[in-house]
Ligand binder design. Structure first.
Ligand SMILES: Cc1cc2nc3c(=O)[nH]c(=O)nc-3n(C[C@H](O)[C@H](O)[C@H](O)COP(=O)(O)O)c2cc1C
Length: 392
């Protein structure tokens, strides 16, 4: 919760915030977003331009989901951080962001069963907590731009899990070597870690399945290992207990969310250091591309879930999902969040922070170019405010 006057009562999106060791000048965060412009899994110069456009002095950016290993891919042309070439390429992106005075974390991602043989080394089956495929309600974007069915995954054996944890760990070390200020572990939106967390997916009978404690085990092992490798103050976690994207349903999202929070609190105590933040996506976010993917819950239920997790978590709390300028202002003013991450509005408004500050009008985003590969169109060609005075 709040630590200083500027962090609590009376705060706005434009109040400074001390996020662990990082001094932020405002609370409008770039949400992690897959944009499919990293040709052959390597960050390109276009990424440096895109992230630099969205940087502000004392601002905070989270990178797109970045593959921790060759089996982690589930979209075309997403970047990895497991080879030297990728690390070198990321350095250019991070340097461009730092030159503009922003702080940037790398989001570490493994899609688990949300993949396809076409993305897997040797055409193998994707790995998961389960051997149940994602239902026909969802389709996977293939490299040629068409959509296909998700295939049957292979459930990981318990003895294979430490190796996957090690991949997160090495990726985190690589991210720091590339110059990132920290990493965010993607435990949300139906991807690998969420496939362990949710009881609608995880059907294991070993120590990684069943109780909330068992389902949290993989996430906590990843957090523990990564925190040991790069320091807890450089590690953040993202979860989405109430979002059923890619069939990631849980019968009791609140208990699951609190289960994760309790374990993170305990881990922080054991480590004697806080994580950088906890990032929670709320169901108001109706997914990109589809019109509906949020759990059909009432606004009150959603608000209750977010407030409860916020109160329970002992550290910086970031929320995401369907926030406008007004909703973000409200969340910060009421103490419901320390930071707010913005996705779609940041795609189409590279200068979103200044636009929010001056209450200027916003460019509309074009969904059709969210996941295309052109290095400029729909990526770095959204206009800035034309009046330079309003950029002050
Ligand atoms: C094109 C696109 C790609 C996204 N990719 C990711 C991702 O890689 N990792 C992630 O955690 N969330 C991802 N998200 C979710 C966003 O981080 C964010 O939570 C979501 O867009 C809701 O915020 P908004 O309503 O401000 O857009 C993506 C969203 C969009 C629109």
């Amino acid at each position: 919760m709040a630590e200083t006057a500027s962090q609590g009562q009376g705060a706005t999106l434009f109040s400074p915030y001390k996020m662990g060791k990082f001094n932020l000048s405002h609370r409008v965060v770039l949400a992690p977003m897959t944009r499919c412009r990293a040709l052959n899994r390597i960050p390109q110069p276009a990424l440096a331009e895109y992230y630099a456009q969205r940087s502000t002095p004392g601002g905070f950016l989270i990178s797109e989901g970045t593959m921790v290993s060759p089996t982690a891919q589930g979209f075309p042309h997403v970047p990895g951080i497991y080879t030297e070439e990728q690390v070198e390429a990321w350095k250019q992106v991070v340097d461009a962001v730092h030159a503009k005075g922003s702080i940037i974390f790398c989001q570490l991602w493994h899609v688990g069963r949300a993949s396809h043989q076409i993305y897997q080394p040797g055409g193998a089956s994707p790995i998961s907590s389960t051997s149940k495929p994602i239902s026909g309600r969802w389709r996977i974007l293939l490299p040629d731009g068409s959509y296909g069915a998700y295939p049957e995954p292979r459930a990981l054996n318990a003895y294979e899990i430490p190796e996957v944890v090690e991949h997160y760990c090495q990726a985190a070390i690589n991210a720091i070597r590339a110059g990132f200020d920290g990493i965010e572990i993607h435990g949300a939106h139906g991807y690998l870690i969420d496939q362990f967390l949710k009881d609608g997916i995880n059907d294991r009978t070993d120590e990684y399945g069943g109780s909330v404690a068992n389902r949290c085990k993989f996430l906590i092992q990843v957090v523990q290992a990564v925190a040991k490798a790069i320091g807890a103050e450089h590690v953040a976690v993202r979860i989405s207990p109430a979002i059923d994207h890619l069939d990631a349903m849980d019968s009791d999202p609140l208990s699951l969310g609190l289960g994760v929070v309790d374990r993170l609190n305990k881990l922080q105590k054991d480590l004697g250091s806080k994580l950088t933040y906890l990032h929670v996506t709320q169901p108001r976010y109706t997914a990109y591309g589809q019109t509906e993917s949020g759990r059909p819950g009432s606004e009150e239920e959603e608000a209750h879930l977010m407030k409860t997790l916020r109160k329970a978590y002992q550290g910086t709390f970031m929320c995401s999902g369907g926030f406008t300028r007004e909703l973000g202002m409200e969340a910060v003013a009421q103490g419901d969040a320390d930071l707010v991450s913005y996705g779609r509005l940041f795609i189409s408004n590279p200068d979103l922070v200044i636009r929010f500050k001056t209450n200027a009008s916003l460019n509309k985003y074009n969904r059709k170019t969210f996941y295309t590969q052109h290095p400029v169109i729909g990526y770095t060609d959204y206009p800035f405010l034309s009046n330079p005075l309003s950029r002050l």
